[in-house]
Ligand binder design. Structure first.
Ligand SMILES: [Zn+2]
Length: 489
């Protein structure tokens, strides 16, 4: 029987590095290991040497609290760490210090949700729990993990603070997963706990099944962008498997992001294999309501609330407001910009939003840059909107200004450099149009049979003015002249 997309069940486990912490989770090693030589950010604790004692990083607890509050999760007042035992070279002490919500343990926080919008439809993606744990070392393979002749290990990442977010199995398509991760990334940005644009700052494991069949777990998808692709691949693989009448079995698969396929690593290990037991070397984490209140007060306005305020304050559509708030820096930029000109009203608020979300965001995407990495000033975009409104420049010319604007040039300077003021002088344009008619008798003849030839004549006027002629006036004048001369009706 053919399965529809509704039969798909997806649950995600997202691991986020707390990149804004100065030190690792249980030792004082510098957590900013990126661009460092391998195995230079280490001490006996994060190398797992015998006899060492871990000490919890207080700020990591605060960061976890920030995220839990932003996700509406219920923070547990007392939790402790567990040892998750497994034997692998990425954690030489033979276990990972993590949290566990069974065997008397509790997650750092339970529940929570993220609202997504997809095809004009809203949905709550429910969370199961979030918890704190340490990152294992980074393994480096030559080429693909399956064919690499050796493995290199970099312990710089060992002991970095991770937050794991586990969703309920409520995601029904790769698109829903994509939207959820987009919103989650935004929330993480607002809480200020991590820069998820940093390479390796996020890893996702996905549990995927077709209803009524065994699930597979796809491990180590190394970017949010890859998740949708990996899910798509795995769903098709499972459906094809069932179509051939085969039985799916529970297994762990690896996402090979070079070949864009999932590969079987091993049949799934079960929880009992990890022999979880309490980590006796660490005291329990106690969190009281005053601490939670203090953290709550330090949080900025979250994307959901900001969306509602932007709709009200700037008369924006829900779609525009939701897209604006997604990146906190873009939303901050917008608010500074539209408030830089007290004459701005709903029309300018909308125009400003369009420039930011279309041309400027397009430029940023193309260059893989964030708005903070450019020299663009919020006020310049406001000036651009004003100049178009007052008819000093056309939208088309304004578009050609973007590149210079991003490099910090003022509008006055760009207009001066390019000399691209719009030409709307009727007398001048009429003379140019007459010139074009005289010089292009063949095209003028064509106009009798094919009206499209008029466009070519308008184009010639635009060319003579280096694109500065007002297209509306030029069209009107050209049509009028051709009619007078009875080349068109
Ligand atoms: Zn260390």
């Amino acid at each position: 029987m053919e399965n529809t997309i509704k039969d798909v069940v997806i649950g995600l486990e997202i691991h986020i590095q707390l990149t804004y912490l100065k030190t690792k989770l249980f030792c004082s090693c510098d957590s900013n290991y990126r661009n460092s030589l391998p195995n230079t950010h280490n001490c006996p604790i994060c190398l797992g040497l015998p006899g060492t004692l871990p000490v919890i990083n207080k700020e990591a607890v605060e960061f976890a609290t920030r995220l839990a509050l932003a996700l509406n999760s219920k923070i547990n007042s007392s939790t402790y760490f567990f040892r998750k035992n497994y034997f692998y070279c990425d954690l030489p002490k033979g276990f990972q210090i993590s949290q566990y919500n069974k065997a008397g343990g509790r997650a750092f926080a339970d529940g929570g949700q993220v609202t997504i919008s997809l095809n004009n439809h809203k949905k709550e993606i429910l969370l199961n729990r979030i918890h704190l744990e340490e990152d294992p070392a980074r393994l480096v393979h030559k080429g693909s993990i399956a064919t690499s002749p050796y493995t290199l290990i970099d312990y710089n990442r060992s002991g970095i603070s991770l937050i794991e977010i586990v969703t309920e199995p409520v995601i029904q398509s790769p698109e829903e997963a994509r939207e959820f991760l987009k919103r989650l990334k935004s929330i993480v940005q607002y809480t200020g706990i991590s820069d998820l644009d940093l390479e390796g700052s996020v890893r996702v494991d996905a549990n995927i099944s077709i209803k009524g069949h065994e699930r597979s777990e796809v491990k180590n998808i190394n970017s949010f962008k890859e998740v949708e692709r990996a899910l798509r691949h795995e769903i098709i693989r499972q459906k094809n498997f069932l179509k051939r009448g085969k039985k799916l079995f529970q297994e762990t698969r690896h996402w090979d992001d070079k070949r864009k396929v999932t590969l079987s690593l091993r049949t799934k290990e079960f929880e009992a294999d990890y022999r979880y037991f309490p980590e006796q070397d660490l005291v329990p984490i106690e969190i009281n309501s005053e601490f939670i209140q203090k953290v709550k007060e330090s949080l900025p306005e979250m994307p959901k609330e900001r969306t509602i305020r932007l709709i009200r304050q700037y008369v924006l559509s829900e779609f525009d407001a939701e897209n604006l708030v997604l990146d906190k820096h873009i939303a901050d930029f917008y608010e500074v910009g539209v408030n830089s000109d007290p004459t701005f009203g709903p029309n300018e608020f909308k125009q400003y939003c369009n420039w930011l979300m279309n041309d400027i965001s397009g430029w940023l995407n193309e260059k893989s840059m964030t708005i903070l990495q450019t020299k663009l000033q919020p006020k310049i975009v406001a000036e651009l909107v004003t100049n178009i409104k007052e008819g000093n420049i056309t939208t088309k010319i304004a578009k050609s200004f973007i590149n210079d604007m991003m490099k910090g040039k003022s509008l006055v300077q760009i207009i001066k450099d390019k000399g691209k003021k719009r030409i709307s002088d009727q007398k001048l344009l009429k003379n140019l149009a007459l010139e074009v008619i005289e010089e292009n008798s063949k095209i003028v003849e064509d106009c009798k049979r094919n009206l499209k030839a008029v466009e070519a004549l308008i184009g010639k006027v635009m060319a003579k003015t280096h694109g500065q002629a007002d297209p509306g006036i030029t069209r009107r004048l050209m049509t009028k002249l051709l009619k007078e001369k009875r080349f068109i009706n």
